[in-house]
Ligand binder design. Structure first.
Ligand code: AMP
Length: 293
């Protein structure tokens, strides 16, 4: 037990300076570095990203950091699951070389909220923020853009792996990288689901068995729209109509939106490359999912 713990600890880096030292050495040796940023509570969705990185890159660094600046007031920052030991074990078993798990102080020197004025901001273009999740999670994507930019500057990866489950995050980060000339290639990875169709999420841990059953409605709504589209329905309103019948009576549909995957502009008529994305609150737990037509 003692040995195992010691071994796991040897894979965990808490200091920015240690990450820099290790990556510098990798680069000196001409090795490529893959990076998988996460907030921990790792599941098979995260695991798929780590596997992709291990397959593509010589070295893989996973970060585990529950980033305070991307949580909005009233969200679950305090109760967000923190399971660093299990996360490290999973990452290392897949083949990750290190887990970077900084404290909030190490990342922000005492600054914990975007309300703090003593902070340099990275502000994504508003037109891509003011839809889907960004509409209700005010400031969320500012926090994401800031922390990922910082992590890119610290790790300086060649490739970074992000899940398509967070499609708006993926789009915004690709734009941040392009706009700020960050020297990293972003690799999108497909959504991993349970057999039931439920997209894996760290927040699924908050759901009861009954809640998990109700949560199947997200995928059912998306599948229904996909089916209608395959049968020739292109009118967004017609495609949306059936959604409400699939929603449990006590679930709250926060949004169901249609955007072009490449431009993130609203789509009026369904066409190939349309991203259908939704957020539903089940028993107070906010879940998201999407599908690409
Ligand atoms: P998080 O820990 O929620 O910040 O997620 C870290 C990364 O894992 C993000 O790039 C997510 O999009 C990705 N991710 C989370 N859930 C899944 C999933 N079910 N399938 C694929 N990627 C996922």
């Amino acid at each position: 037990m003692m040995n195992k713990e010691l071994n796991l600890n040897s894979y965990i880096l808490n200091k920015i300076s240690d990450v820099r030292k290790i990556v510098k050495e990798y680069k000196k040796q001409g090795l490529t570095v893959g990076f998988v940023p996460t907030m921990g509570a790792l599941h098979e969705g995260h695991a798929s990203l780590i596997k992709e990185s291990v397959a593509k890159c010589d070295k893989t660094i996973v970060s585990v950091f529950v980033n305070p600046t991307q949580f909005c007031p009233g969200e679950d920052f305090e109760k967000y699951p923190r399971t660093l030991e299990a996360d490290t074990k999973l990452a290392v078993e897949i083949g990750a070389d290190y887990v970077f798990a900084p404290s909030a102080d190490e990342m922000y020197q005492g600054v914990n909220s975007l309300k703090d004025i003593d902070l340099t901001y990275v502000t994504p273009a508003y037109r891509y923020v003011d839809k889907l999740c960004g509409k209700s999670r005010i400031g969320h994507f500012d926090g994401v853009a800031l922390v990922v930019t910082k992590l890119f500057n610290i790790v300086q990866p060649d490739f970074a792996f992000f899940g398509m489950k967070d499609a708006q995050q993926l789009f915004i980060l690709k734009k941040v990288v392009r706009d700020l000339n960050i020297d990293v290639e972003i690799i999108p990875c497909p959504i991993v689901r349970e057999e039931s169709g439920l997209a894996l999420s760290s927040r699924n841990k908050y759901l009861s068995e009954n809640g998990k059953q109700k949560a199947l409605c997200l995928n059912k709504i998306l599948k229904n729209i996909e089916e209608l589209y395959k049968n020739g329905v292109t009118d967004v309103k017609k495609a949306t109509d059936g959604a409400f019948a699939l929603l449990p009576h006590d679930a709250e549909l926060e949004y169901l939106e249609f955007v072009d995957y490449d431009t993130f502009e609203d789509v009026e008529n369904l066409k190939p490359n349309t991203l259908v994305a939704l957020s539903v609150r089940i028993d107070g737990v906010r879940l998201i999912d999407n599908i690409l037509l």
